[in-house]
Design a protein around this ligand. Sequence first.
Ligand code: MG
Length: 255
Amino acid sequence: MKFVRFEYEGAIAHGALHDEEIVELQGSILDSRQETGRKLRLSDVRLLPPILPTKIVCIGQNYLEHIAEIGATPPDEPLYFLKPPSSLVGTGDAIIYPHIATRVDYEGELAVVIGKEMKNVSRADAADYILGYSCFNDVTERDLVNVKPLNLTLGKSFDTFSALGPCIATDIDPDNLRLRTILNGKTVQDASTHDCVFDVATILSFLSERLTLCPGDIVTTGTPVGIAPMKPGDVIEVEIEKIGKLSNVVRSPAA
Ligand code: MG
């Protein structure tokens, strides 16, 4: 199943995506969804972020080649930080290049969408708490992140710096998916989630021992090697096998 959230004629709803057709749903996609009977064409709606999380928890430094490219050493346990929900945009939305920015990077990542409240859950049981998976761009102001001492919040919390979409795909294996990031039509990141240092179950169990993951929360899994800057006018896409393609344009604040 692929869930989308969309706006059509001024109203917002969830739907189940079947190729180019959306079957509208009512109730919560987390626990009480029902088909309304209405069907819409994908091309007729505006897709929105597929879920509204209470928090976005991001894992950093989870691919060895990326750890090497930023001059770090592999962490002993998952390294995580938070992005605010106010940074969220969907596919088709603009990523706004902050006027104080000097280097804004893409980071293509697999996102996990939590399906039910998760606290102190073992690695073996973690999969039971997952609704599905989406594509994520952990947009990063690299020069602000790299100030000493390291401050991820400074460079990662800007409005529009968390792109999520186009859908939430359920019932797939998150630990063996091809992930590509495409900048202006050119592939700039190409990896498999199989290469993650910490797999999804390990990450979720670790996090659940430290904070409560709420239904709808987003947990991202880190970016592979190949990070680089974007500039206003660029088109940046994150495509993950069995999920789809997240596409955004970078715009200057005045545009
Ligand atoms: Mg990242």
